[in-house]
Design a protein around this ligand. Structure first.
Ligand SMILES: *Cc1c(COP(=O)(O)O)cnc(C)c1O
Length: 419
């Protein structure tokens, strides 16, 4: 693309190989219906901030207390980012330095726990995140991890089980949040359980932070000791993490981030986070969170109408899980068939899945990215139709070709916000 090449003028001159890869990826994003619920489309303003000379600066420490000279502008941008985060989420303190959601969680645990302490988090196979106690993650290796899940009959969080395990195990931290849970949480109930068990409550809103920012999901901030989040998912910012907490925990959190788990902060990312946070108060993001949820409802309805079973029957947020077992299909086969026609989803375990982790029985779909492209409920019905056609006739080249044309037409009608 001529315009994109001009945008990458210095890169194209210095390194045509990498420039060509960036061009190819932009083309892929332009021509793909992105339904992976953890992905989104950052604004051109965010990209400018992240792609700037802010990457040149070391700024270990916190605003006003740096270990390096020359940090005047670093202090300004980080303070601005903190102020915007606390205002947007109604939090007392924000640490905006975590490089990603996993390091935010690392620091959050470390603020309260010592190695070997017990943490109670959601089972990975029921929708939890690796960093909530999985044995292959630091969280299951540094801490003694106990897990809870969803009920077999309703596929909703089992609050009785959480209560029982919290009282039996007396964890230092009760961790709440998930990567593949299509419903909201009863944060007041979880707070009460944590209090009764003498545990700290950490809520990881990596996935739904943008829905909270836009008022389309209950906020955990009034209930939790600490809230962690990513800035690149529904929040629509640059790749990164963030921690919100009560003032009483501010010093412990800040120390756990630096020097506990990170060195210098990514100041270009912090500039981008500040830009993304501001957008939530601007017309461009007004109603975005509500549209993401309304689109998820429409997509879920469309899939159900076409005979697909959704875990827990539907969704309250931006994502849903399709159970492929009734069709005798696997997640990998469906993911690959959709990939081939320009629709990106990810295979995912569903609760009580008997299949292998590498080829689980579900796919996970979400609406943040297609909503960012300006699509609405009518387009969601169109997506439900073409996706279910492919799933219903897996391997039929005629069906695949027709679905590909329809997916492509949706992308053409709803371009990315990049020149
Ligand atoms: C995505 C996610 C994270 C963080 O992921 P990173 O890739 O480390 O940014 C943390 N918790 C949950 C629940 C997530 O879904």
């Amino acid at each position: 693309m001529a315009v994109a090449t001009r945008r990458l003028a210095a890169l194209t001159a210095a390194d045509p190989e990498v420039a060509e890869i960036l061009e190819a990826e932009l083309q892929r994003q332009r021509q793909t219906l992105e339904l992976i619920p953890s992905e989104n489309i950052a604004s051109p303003a965010v990209l400018e901030a992240v792609g700037s000379w802010m990457t040149n600066k070391y700024a270990e420490g916190t605003p006003g207390r740096r270990y390096y000279g020359g940090c005047e502008q670093m202090d300004r941008v980080e303070r601005l980012c903190q102020e915007r985060a606390t205002a947007l989420f109604g939090a007392e303190h924000a640490n905006v330095q975590p490089h990603c959601g996993s390091t935010a969680n690392m620091a959050a645990y470390a603020a309260f726990c010592r190695p070997g302490d017990t943490i109670l988090g959601m089972d990975l196979s029921h929708g939890g995140h690796l960093s909530h106690g999985a044995s292959v993650s630091f969280s299951g290796q540094v801490y003694r991890a106990v897990t809870y899940g969803v009920r077999r009959d309703t596929e909703l969080l089992d609050y009785d089980e959480i209560h029982e395990k919290a009282m039996a195990e007396r964890p230092v931290v009760l961790m709440v949040g998930a990567s593949a849970y299509p419903r909201t949480y009863d944060f007041a109930h979880l707070r009460a359980i944590a209090d009764e068990a003498g545990a700290r409550l950490i809520v990881d809103m990596a996935h739904f932070a943008g829905l909270v920012a836009g008022g389309a999901h209950p906020s955990p901030v009034p209930h939790a000791d600490v809230v962690t989040l990513t800035t690149h998912k529904t929040l629509r910012g640059p790749w990164g993490g963030m921690i919100l907490c009560r003032q009483e925990h501010a010093a412990a959190i800040d120390k756990a981030v630096f020097p506990g788990h990170q060195g210098g902060p990514l100041m270009h990312a912090i500039a981008g986070k500040a830009v993304a946070l501001r957008a939530w108060g601007q017309p461009e993001m007004a109603g975005y969170a509500q549209r993401v949820v309304a689109n998820a409802q429409a997509l879920a309805q469309g899939l159900r109408d076409r005979g697909l079973r959704l875990v827990s029957g539907g969704t309250d947020n931006h994502l849903m899980l399709v159970d492929l077992r009734p069709l005798g299909l696997t997640g990998r086969a469906v993911q690959e068939a959709l990939d081939a026609i320009g629709v990106t989803v990810n295979r995912n375990a569903i609760p009580f899945d008997q299949a292998s982790k590498f080829n689980p029985s579900g796919i996970r779909l979400g609406t943040p990215a297609v909503t960012s492209r300006g699509m609405g409920p009518a387009e969601m019905t169109e997506i439900a139709d073409l996706v279910s056609n492919v799933i219903g006739d897996l391997g039929d080249t005629g069906v695949a070709a027709a679905a590909q044309r329809r997916a492509h037409a949706l992308c053409e009608a709803h371009p990315l916000p990049y020149a």
